[in-house]
Design a protein around this ligand. Structure first.
Ligand code: GDP
Ligand code: MG
Length: 502
């Protein structure tokens, strides 16, 4: 039995992970020893293997869109390989079910994809440790791989009881949750304001297509995502946040530096200048295939010199060229600025990225952590919108409504202006959102007399969302009651199992 863990998030730190992998290993071996698991899958000398991938929220949203046609961030996704139902194989194992790696025979049973960012929120919500939440999600998913489901109440009960049984057996019973909370909450370990050796802003500059988004994706572990942060948001220009135990790097966008020709040139250059001004370090990304700096690169260099900022040259797409061909590039670029360092990277292949991060970090001053550690990537406008709605709920209901209330964005549709130059040029954003509460009485508070309360919440939230998106917003709010919502609502919902809503 073997578990392969691929951590693409760089944020699920060892501290937080605890004994994640060994717990999951225990869980899998326990599961395989259960009499409800088909003995046939243990036959032969193959080692049963499961791949676990940890990804960012945008990555899991993409997977959901691709495989389940749901535009949602979920906590876990399971991709079974074998055809199983309630632990029983539905068809005989075939030779192609096995794989051989270095002479060893494996039986891969499926892939598990977990989103630690989401898990972190759930752990807080349920009041247990991140470790338990992560292991819980993995165990849940392992059961899916073995053909268990929660399509109907009976299946659900079966699956959940097995899940709890395993959690208890491996030493993470429900009762252990509370005790773990205080010790293991990552927030306690890394409070905002904690002074780090290196913390600050990094402006990432480069022509379109040079690979900036790819790099940010690689850094924030959202390989499937496109980081498209829109300007004029509340968190103006923040594209990604990279956390380490003793460092935090906030990547900011320098909009418009690539568009000096347009009518807006001055304004744009101005705004990129402002972004760079606030940065502690500038990274100029060049394309390794073009040895001569052009206008964009010259401007970036000039800007760094004018602002007296350290500038690092990242030569991207190093995978597409030979090492020798980088020499003339380096010589040419060295003439336009005094680079702190020149780092060849492949944003795509994740080569040299760690080295680049080290150079960036080394140039950041010691400062208090600016953002909570769980804010690992840019929040999308969608997520911020949900937060803004929640904020108004808490504001207007004076905490009569417990924190268990959730806001889900059901649809976030952008309409572009007729003469839109790019996807930022929106004329309207239509948002449909659900406020989910646990009780009918909460629902009546939220609605208020003649719907006055929900109207107030909606208006205030809409105004804030408009400020954040710099765009007219249409906001449609619905209040839904889900009685068992705290009790793993997320699961049931995310897996397409909808409880009757009142
Ligand atoms: P941006 O416009 O600067 O954000 O560029 P993108 O990140 O969108 O990348 C543009 C294109 O370059 C995409 O097709 C990427 O797959 C490709 N690309 C990015 N980084 C690399 C790299 O390191 N190597 C290679 N070969 N291609 C890359
Ligand atoms: Mg891009």
């Amino acid at each position: 039995m073997s578990i392969t863990l691929e951590n693409k998030t760089r944020t699920f730190t060892k501290n937080e992970a605890g004994d994640f992998v060994s717990y999951v290993e225990k869980a899998l071996s326990l599961l395989l020893s259960m009499d409800y698991i088909d003995p046939l899958i243990r036959e032969g000398d193959a080692e049963i293997s499961v791949d676990i991938r940890l990804v960012g929220s945008d990555a899991i949203r993409k997977l959901n869109l691709q495989y389940r046609e749901k535009d949602k961030v979920t906590d876990v996704l399971s991709f079974p390989i074998l055809d199983m139902n309630d632990g029983k194989l539905q068809s005989k194992l075939m030779p192609y079910d096995f794989s051989y790696i270095e002479g060893k025979k494996y039986l891969p049973v499926g892939d598990v994809v977990i989103c630690p960012e989401r898990a972190r929120k759930q752990a807080l919500e349920y009041g247990h440790s991140m470790e338990r939440e992560m292991v819980f999600l993995a165990v849940h998913s392992l059961l899916h791989l073995m053909g268990f489901d929660h399509e109907n109440g009976k299946d659900e009960e079966l699956m959940f009881s097995k899940q709890e049984e395993i959690m208890t057996e491996i030493g993470l019973p429900r009762s252990s949750d509370v005790a773990l909370l205080n010790i293991e909450s990552s927030e306690d370990e890394h409070p905002v304001g904690e002074v780090l050796s290196h913390c600050g802003y990094c402006a990432l500059v480069g022509r379109p297509n040079v690979g900036k988004s790819t790099l940010l994706n690689t850094i924030s572990g959202m390989k499937l995502a496109i980081v498209s942060h829109k300007p004029q948001t509340t968190r103006n220009n923040i594209q990604a946040i990279y956390n380490k135990d003793d460092a935090q790097v906030i990547f900011v966008d320098t909009p418009g530096i690539h568009r000096p020709q347009s009518k807006l040139a001055e304004f744009m250059v101005d705004s990129s200048f402002r972004a760079a001004k606030g940065a502690d370090v500038i990274v100029l990304m060049a394309d390794g295939r073009f040895p001569k700096p052009a206008n964009v690169e010259m401007r970036a260099a000039e800007m760094a010199i004018k602002l007296k900022k350290p500038i690092i040259l990242a030569v991207n797409k190093a995978d597409a060229v030979t090492k020798e061909s980088l020499l003339p590039l380096i010589a040419n670029y060295s003439k336009i600025a005094d680079f702190v360092d020149i780092v060849p990277i492949s944003a795509l292949k994740d080569d040299g990225v760690d080295e680049l991060m080290d150079v960036i970090i080394s140039k950041l001053p010691s400062a208090p952590r600016y953002f909570p550690i769980e804010e690992v990537t840019d929040q999308s406008e969608r997520e911020i919108s949900a937060e803004l709605i929640r904020e108004q709920i808490l504001h207007y209901t004076n905490e009569e409504i417990p924190h268990g209330t959730a806001v889900e964005i059901d649809a976030f549709e952008e309409e572009l202006k007729d003469d839109a130059e790019d996807s930022y040029d929106r004329s309207l954003i239509k948002i449909h959102a659900s406020i989910i509460c646990e009780r009918d009485s909460h629902k009546s508070i939220l609605l208020g007399k003649n719907g006055q309360m929900i109207k107030r919440i909606g208006t205030a939230a809409r105004e804030n969302i408009e400020k954040m998106t710099d765009c007219k917003v249409f906001l449609d709010l619905h209040v839904k009651v889900r009685k068992d919502w705290k009790n793993r609502q997320v699961f049931l919902d995310e897996f397409g199992y909808k409880k009757k809503e009142e």
